[in-house]
Design a protein. Structure first.
Length: 217
């Protein structure tokens, strides 16, 4: 899952990003509204956590623009304004959810994951394939009842492959959705991660390489 944090308070943005990354998400940062629009145009985010009071381009304008352009990204508006009127206004602008500051970090993670499950097509809370089961919210994968010791990136790749429901997922899409903006597009990190994941999943193999196309389960 790839998330964009849009927050002009850099220390808060870095803190939120660190927590989401520990939960296995790929996270990019933007510190003003114009940068947010640039990032949202370049990358296909699952969820955008958007501060409402932003410099250069107000969060309301960012929300309106993304909604108008038909962005598939789910929008979680994060703001210090917490009255009912503020929440109604935020949702009316096109936000999918609204969380007031200060917030409990566990609630933020839960809301981000809930929004991601509402993406198109909707992703169920439990992903299965044969004797393989993944619960993304708990960061747990099991095969034949045995818990698998997977890294955050391995869990992210497994989630994307299982969510595809048998469709081929290209290396480019895996890199786009499971890694953040610091990833080198010419690296072989996807191939290496898939190779490690295959070994940990064990026999019989569940990840198929489709020549010149990508991978599928």
């Amino acid at each position: 899952m790839r998330v964009l944090i849009v927050e002009d308070h850099r220390e808060l943005a870095e803190t939120v990003a660190t927590g989401l990354r520990r939960d296995g998400m790929a996270v990019d940062l933007a510190f003003d509204g114009e940068q947010a629009m640039e990032e949202a145009t370049v990358h296909d985010y699952d969820v955008i956590v958007l501060d409402r009071d932003l410099p250069r381009l107000h969060g309301d304008e960012v929300c309106r623009a993304l909604s108008r352009e038909g962005s598939r990204s789910r929008l979680l508006m994060l703001t210090a304004a917490s009255t009912i009127e503020d929440r109604v206004d935020g949702l009316g602008l096109g936000a999918d959810d609204y969380l007031a500051k200060p917030f409990a970090f566990a609630e933020l993670i839960a809301r981000v994951r809930a929004l991601a499950r509402r993406s198109q097509p909707a992703v169920p809370p439990v992903l299965t394939h044969g004797d393989l089961t993944l619960v993304p919210a708990e960061r747990q994968a099991r095969r034949a009842g045995r818990r698998l010791d997977l890294s955050p990136k391995e869990l992210a790749v497994l989630e994307l492959l299982l969510s595809a429901r048998g469709a081929v997922v290209s290396s480019e899409e895996l890199l786009e959705r499971a890694w953040d903006q610091s990833a080198d597009p010419f690296t072989n990190t996807v191939k290496v991660t898939v190779s490690r994941l295959r070994r940990k999943l064990g026999e019989p193999p569940v990840i198929e390489t489709v020549p010149h196309a990508g991978y599928r389960i």
